[in-house]
Design a protein around this ligand. Structure first.
Ligand SMILES: Cc1cc2nc3c(=O)[nH]c(=O)nc-3n(C[C@H](O)[C@H](O)[C@H](O)COP(=O)(O)OP(=O)(O)OC[C@H]3O[C@@H](n4cnc5c(N)ncnc54)[C@H](O)[C@@H]3O)c2cc1C
Length: 415
């Protein structure tokens, strides 16, 4: 059943970019690719087989990619593909992966299953940046009026810095809305570029108000402040408070790096505003993607509350291995939290995670290594090696999941 963004009958259709991001194993997307390979991912193998030159990224010829997935799945014995719209949740073990544009006819059944008000229908998220990339000689920790702990990092602006930022924001390139993303979608949560369009000073009386804050460098209240709020307990990632945005990713990099202290900000996730159906994973799901209230049902892909093509691929695989383990009476299949995808699932399904927004895999979520390695690239390489080893160990200890034989089946249908 095609969504408004899907245009072909092929499986695995990429609706937008044809890039599956970096191949470098010491980046988070590269680490995830390696994990998918270890788990025998059919989709990743199809991506490798249909790749096109794209520097350090794995990009695919989207038609050949989708065609190969369709033919390889079609050739699997015992698999029947039914092309129809689901309106009810089937009985028995089931994996639901209806994606960000889950059809309206299915939403009531989904809501009955997970409970009222547990389904979000759009994603309005501010960018998330890596803590290590914030310049602490400029940003200072404090909460407004010193209420609570000094939980926020504050990026102070003087008048001239605010004007530079305002000019950049007012002229930045925005993402064009798709037909199914009506402007009404954004009424409940205005993007920051829209707020400033309505009044050049409007952000200074909203998300960027400086009240209750004193810049320790000047001893005075700044002209404006961008507050950074921790994303995780270990404070390895921060979001830009109130900076929901619909700017293009390039524009976000350019504009938000004009904020004092963020000149070298590394973006773990860019702000997005698009139609996105997803559940409140921390309250609903276990780390093997089963519903806490009804474990026969698993959710996968964007619906389960992750973001991105490869994260969706990993979710499908983890849910499938989890369902297989449950059906064959084995132990639950839970990825080690030191893996890229395991760390994302540990965060997304931790009941202590509040206000969760879908996100990509990122090193901010992977537990730190001890001893600490100062060089970032080297540190990430050590983390990736640790994740790979833990996953290898898990696979070796779970012969019941037959990951190896899945790998062998793959090679049977060729390009
Ligand atoms: C417009 C748009 C652009 C995006 N661009 C990117 C990008 O460039 N890079 C990136 O990494 N991510 C992008 N994403 C996010 C992207 O959707 C996910 O990364 C990924 O495709 C999610 O995979 P999925 O399997 O969860 O959902 P999907 O790939 O959307 O697959 C879900 C499938 O279920 C079908 N379906 C829905 N309801 C029903 C029903 N009731 N019965 C039967 N079938 C149903 C849908 O039609 C669809 O075919 C984009 C999302 C959107 C909406």
């Amino acid at each position: 059943m095609p969504s408004p963004a899907h245009h072909t009958a092929g499986l695995g259709e990429l609706v937008c970019s044809n890039s599956l991001k970096s191949k470098d194993p010491s980046t988070a997307p590269g680490m995830l690719k390696h994990e998918l390979e270890q788990l025998g991912s059919l989709v990743l193998a199809c991506a490798r087989a249909t790749s096109v030159p794209a520097g350090g990224a794995l990009a695919v010829d989207r038609e050949r990619f989708s065609d190969l997935i369709t033919r390889r799945l079609g050739a699997l014995p015992g698999l029947t593909i039914v092309r129809d719209e689901a309106r009810e949740v089937p009985d028995g073990p089931v994996i639901i992966a209806t994606g960000p544009l889950t059809s309206a006819a299915f939403e009531p059944a989904l809501s009955r299953l997970i409970g009222p008000d547990r389904l979000s229908f759009y994603d309005a998220a501010a960018p998330i940046i890596e803590a290590d990339s914030v310049d602490r000689s400029v940003c200072f920790p404090a909460s407004r009026y010193d209420k609570g702990g000094a939980d926020y990092l504050n990026c102070p602006m003087d008048r001239a810095e605010y004007e530079t930022f305002a000019d950049a924001l007012l002229t930045a390139e925005r993402v064009t809305l798709k037909d199914f993303e009506s402007p009404d979608l954004f009424q409940a949560c205005q993007p920051v570029e829209e707020v400033i369009r309505r009044g050049r000073d409007a952000p200074r009386f909203g998300a960027m108000k400086p009240v209750g804050l004193t810049d320790p460098r000047t001893g005075r209240r700044p002209w404006a402040v961008v507050q950074l709020r921790p994303e995780d307990r270990a404070c390895k990632a921060y979001n830009l408070v109130g900076f929901q945005t619909n700017l293009t990713f390039d524009a976000q990099r350019a504009v938000f790096r004009t904020i004092p202290g963020l000149g070298h900000a590394e973006f773990l996730r860019y702000g997005v505003m698009h139609r996105n159906t997803f559940v409140d994973a921390p309250s609903l799901l276990t780390a093997d993607l089963a519903l806490r209230s009804e474990p026969r049902v698993r959710l996968a892909g964007q619906l389960a509350g992750t973001e991105g093509y490869l994260e969706a691929v990993a979710g499908g695989l983890v849910a499938a291995l989890g369902a297989y383990a449950a059906l064959s009476g084995g132990e639950p299949f839970v990825l080690p939290p030191v893996t890229a995808y395991g760390s994302l699932l540990a965060h997304a399904t931790d009941p202590g995670t509040k206000g969760y927004q879908p996100m990509h895999v990122n090193f901010g979520l992977v537990p730190p290594i001890d001893p600490h390695v100062r060089d970032k690239r080297e540190r990430h390489a050590v983390m990736a090696a640790r994740g790979s080893e833990a996953l290898e160990h898990l696979i070796a200890s779970r012969p019941d999941l037959r990951v190896d034989s899945a790998l062998a089946t793959l090679a049977e249908v060729e390009l």
